[in-house]
Ligand binder design. Structure first.
Ligand code: CTP
Length: 490
């Protein structure tokens, strides 16, 4: 029988196949074969499904049909083909989150990727090779030495035949093995033998994640160029356990994979994105000004991360002591009024990210000349005026970008304050950081430091991200923006 290319089928037909395959506990390819057999034997008439079955058969048996998707005009942007031809080697570690790898395989395959899975012995305690094999439509590799296995292709070939290695869930053990160069089973050997990029999606108990050994291993792996997605903070699968260690959701992992593999086509290519960064300086006189502690590190990192994904980034920066990010068009401003003017001039744009710590007030009576100390007159009194809210202006603008993201640094009532800002300023997301001393990072830690801990507040809820480097927050936010822009029809 000629080979069947499921990924070339129309989404509607694929959905039907998936549903039937799930009902019958087999792979989509096996399901398609069964339907062809049934049709040949005249048994294809499951009521209500005959049309789709016929379509399937036409598409499967007529190579010409495969080139053009069958029917169904959908207004939803298609996810098909985004990872077309990409080969993912998925290493599944032993953890409860292994059940999510089933959905991950499905998501990757519906985007056109082929997925080959390696399972550790512990992973097989959580999900079966049968279900992983059915979803990946490939043999599942488990043993390092299995010369009797007709599928034994060797660890070097497994790595050579992949474009990207993804470890999900990445257990503390797998991280420790790779960080220390151990290779005593197929998964660790393949990881050590590869020259391909590796993405890890850690999942473990919060205490294991925060253990100094795991932190050390993660830092080593990052230094070795291993990319990470997650973990998130939240409820763990084990009852009564919550904290940082929950595996990133499959779609987040897919977004990270797409970003890593999309070096040439760049998911944000052709998108214009405005980013504001740094503080503003509001003059008192020509030599004195009102300012805040913002360093611009987070805003500049976001601009750089968006540029890396191919966006045409227009950074509007207040006065900072860091370099302009590479590949970004930067305009330097001093005051909130200047920042607003430049930002509005840059519209229209696909997205705008307001990271700047804009001064809320300026002096209404800034002096044209340096204010002199006059004996007996005491200090000058400053009259303050409110600055324009740049984010709110753009959030309610007639040329509002499809995606508007604000930041909120709060010392109390983080979520409720962020929710108020979300609504008032017309934003889609507020990236909220707790800059109180209790947060563990503190005001001077976040503002000026290299680490950040944020929550993403949107109308659909609150997502908590673990504490991470500002570059990592930037990369994750850029991936989120890329994913969002794909689904927004502007
Ligand atoms: N922002 C802005 N223009 C301003 C003030 C704030 O664009 N004049 C943007 C910031 O860049 C950030 C968001 O609004 O994305 C929230 O800023 P924040 O300072 O936390 O909020 P404020 O509205 O100033 O409220 P408050 O200082 O009272 O918390």
């Amino acid at each position: 029988m000629a080979s069947i290319t499921i990924r070339n089928l129309d989404d509607e037909v694929k959905d039907l196949l998936r549903q039937l395959a799930a009902e019958n506990g087999c792979s989509m390819e096996e399901q398609a074969r069964a339907m062809i057999r049934a049709a040949v034997e005249g048994r294809a008439g499951q009521a209500g499904r005959i049309d789709q079955i016929e379509k399937t058969l036409r598409a499967l048996t007529d190579p010409g049909q495969n080139a053009t998707p069958l029917s169904v005009g959908s207004s939803k942007p298609s996810i098909r083909g985004r990872l077309s031809g990409k080969r993912i080697l998925l290493i599944i570690g032993g953890g409860i989150a292994a059940y999510k790898s089933l959905d991950l395989i499905r998501r990757l395959r519906e985007r056109g990727a082929s997925v080959r899975a390696v399972m550790t012995a512990a992973a097989q305690e959580f999900v079966t090779t049968l279900s992983i094999g059915a979803l990946s439509a490939d043999h599942v590799f488990t043993d390092l030495f299995d010369r009797n296995d007709e599928h034994d292709v060797g660890h070097i070939r497994l790595s050579r035949e992949a474009d990207l290695m993804v470890v999900a869930p990445a257990t503390a053990d797998l991280m420790a093995k790779l960080a220390n160069g151990h290779a005593n089973d197929l998964a660790s050997t393949v990881l050590l033998a590869t020259d391909k990029k590796v993405l890890m999606a850690p999942a473990m108990n919060p205490k294991m994640w925060s253990h100094p050994a795991t932190r050390r291993n993660r830092a080593t792996l990052q230094k070795d160029g291993i990319a990470f997605v997650g973990p998130a903070k939240g409820e763990m699968a084990e009852s009564n356990e919550a904290g940082e260690g929950r595996m990133a959701e499959p779609l987040e992992i897919v977004a990270a994979i797409e970003a890593m593999l999309d070096e040439r086509s760049k998911p944000l290519a052709g998108r214009r994105i405005i980013v504001t960064s740094g503080p503003t300086h509001e003059p008192i006189d020509p030599v004195r000004y009102i300012a805040n502690r913002s360093s611009g590190k987070q805003g500049h990192a976001i601009a750089a991360a968006l540029a890396k994904l191919g966006a045409d980034v227009r950074l509007v920066s207040g006065p900072v002591n860091i370099a302009d990010p590479a590949g970004v068009t930067t305009t330097h401003v001093e005051t909130a009024a200047e920042m607003k003017e430049v930002v509005e001039h840059l519209l229209p744009a696909d997205a705008a990210v307001f990271v700047a710590a804009v001064a809320d007030w300026r002096t209404a009576n800034a002096a044209g000349e340096k204010i002199k100390k006059v004996a007996g007159e005491g200090p000058p009194s400053l009259k303050m005026a409110e600055n324009p809210d740049i984010l709110a202006g753009v959030g309610h603008h007639s040329q509002r970008p499809g995606l508007v993201i604000g930041f909120a640094a709060e010392t109390q009532d983080l979520i409720s304050n962020a929710q108020v800002k979300l609504k008032k300023k017309g934003a889609d997301f507020i990236v909220a950081n707790d800059v109180s001393h209790e947060s563990g990072i503190g005001p001077s830690g976040v503002m000026g430091g290299d680490r950040n801990k944020v929550r993403i507040v949107s109308r659909s809820g609150v997502e908590e991200w673990p504490e991470m480097g500002k570059d990592e927050v930037a990369a994750r936010l850029a991936a989120l923006i890329a994913e969002r822009l794909r689904t927004i029809v502007v």
